[in-house]
Write a protein that binds this ligand. Structure first.
Ligand SMILES: CC(C)(COP(=O)(O)OP(=O)(O)OC[C@H]1O[C@@H](n2cnc3c(N)ncnc32)[C@H](O)[C@@H]1OP(=O)(O)O)[C@@H](O)C(=O)NCCC(=O)NCCS
Length: 156
């Protein structure tokens, strides 16, 4: 397994994994996430893949078939009155095919993303994780990530 930049040829596999990650969320929070939906349409994926500010990484096998991905977004608030100019790489979505989780593909992708962020002058790497997804939480903790802000709610 190796990690490369994702391309248009990966869209079919991406769609499959997008349904899987959305399924984790709709199972955990059916009040927030619609069942059987996914985050991006194929047209949106084509746009993302063409955008240098939104690099996408793919873990691929010897046949170049994708088994995991990380969608990333460069973020920076240059000249903001409050926020500093630091550059962040935000991990917008990370998923490994359910047939091969627990085999260190997620960590391989994460380490490549981290290397890429460092090489591109980023100060930090950030992401959001839902409380209803304890295995992802355990994975991120194992990768050395720590909470930096907390989303709060009360159901009325
Ligand atoms: C979260 C995810 C990307 C992790 O990828 P993975 O390839 O399965 O994880 P790895 O095998 O690289 O795990 C690395 C370490 O993370 C921890 N970890 C991973 N999955 C875990 C789990 N289910 N429970 C507890 N710890 C876990 C372990 O410490 C593991 O190291 P070890 O196997 O040596 O003990 C993958 O499980 C996934 O795609 N989940 C569904 C989609 C999702 O929830 N994405 C995140 C959205 S925020």
């Amino acid at each position: 397994m190796k990690v490369r930049k994702a391309g248009l040829k990966d869209i079919e596999r991406m769609n499959k994994l997008l349904y899987q990650v959305a399924g984790v969320h709709s199972k955990g929070r059916p009040d927030l996430f619609r069942e059987g939906k996914k985050k991006y349409s194929t047209a949106q994926l084509e746009k993302i893949l063409a955008d240098p500010m939104r690099p996408v990484f793919a873990a691929v096998d010897d046949e170049d078939v994708m088994w995991g991905y990380a969608f990333c977004v460069f973020q920076q608030h240059n000249g903001d009155g409050l926020l500093t100019d630091i550059k962040t790489l935000y991990i917008d979505d990370l998923c490994v095919d359910e047939s091969c989780r627990g085999k260190h593909i997620g960590s391989l992708i994460y380490e490549e993303v981290k290397k890429f962020a460092k090489e591109n002058g980023c100060y930090n790497l950030t992401l959001n994780v839902w409380e209803c997804n304890p295995s992802a939480m355990a994975f991120y903790k194992a990768m050395g990530l720590v909470p930096y802000k907390t989303g709060m709610e009360t159901i009325l």
